[in-house]
Design a binder for this molecule. Sequence first.
Ligand code: NAG
Length: 171
Amino acid sequence: SPTFYLPLFYKITFCSGRCTAALLLVLSAVPIAYLISLERAVPSTHVIYYHSSGFLRECAKWDDVGRRFLVSFMDGGGIGEVVIRDSDSDDSEVLEEVILIKDVDIAGNASAGIVIDRDRNRLLVAIGDMVGNKYSALAAYDLSTWHRIFLTELSGHSKEISFADDVAFDA
Ligand SMILES: *[C@@H]1O[C@H](CO)[C@@H](O)[C@H](O)[C@H]1NC(C)=O
C-alpha cells in the first residue's frame, strides 16, 4: 500500500551504500523465512520431489501414457521427463529428471508453456527470449522419437518485443 512504500522510498534516498543494503537484507529476510518454512513444512497433499539439472522449470504436464511428468526448462530451454515409480514405492524418494530435448539452434531461449497433443502424438512448446524479448516461436516434437516436427517463428523481424509464454490447440 502507498502508506508503506512512500516512507520506504524516502528512507532509501537518504540512506546510501551499506545502509540501503542492510535495509534490503532486513526486508528480504521476512519473505525468505516464510519460503523456508513452507519448504520445510510437511505438505498436506502428495508431493513428488526430483533432482533437476537446472534451477527453474516453467511448466509441467502429466503424460498418462508414459506415466511421467514432462517439464520445460526456463533457463536455457529444453524439455525433460520425470518418470513416476510404482505406487508402493517410498513417498520420500527423490526422482531424477532426464533431459529429452536440448536444441542448439534455439539455445538461449526459454521453453515456457507446453501441451501434449495426444491425437497427433506430439508435444507443443512455446519458446521465447526471456531476457531480451526479441524471439518467439512454437515448436512441435514427436512424443515417440522426440524429433522436432516443426519450428515456427512467431516474432517476425520487427523491433516489437515478443515472448511466447503458452500454447493451446484445438482439433
Ligand atoms: C533464440 O533463438 C534464435 C533463433 O535461433 C536466435 O537467433 C537467438 O539468438 C536466440 N535467443 C537467445 C537469447 O539466445
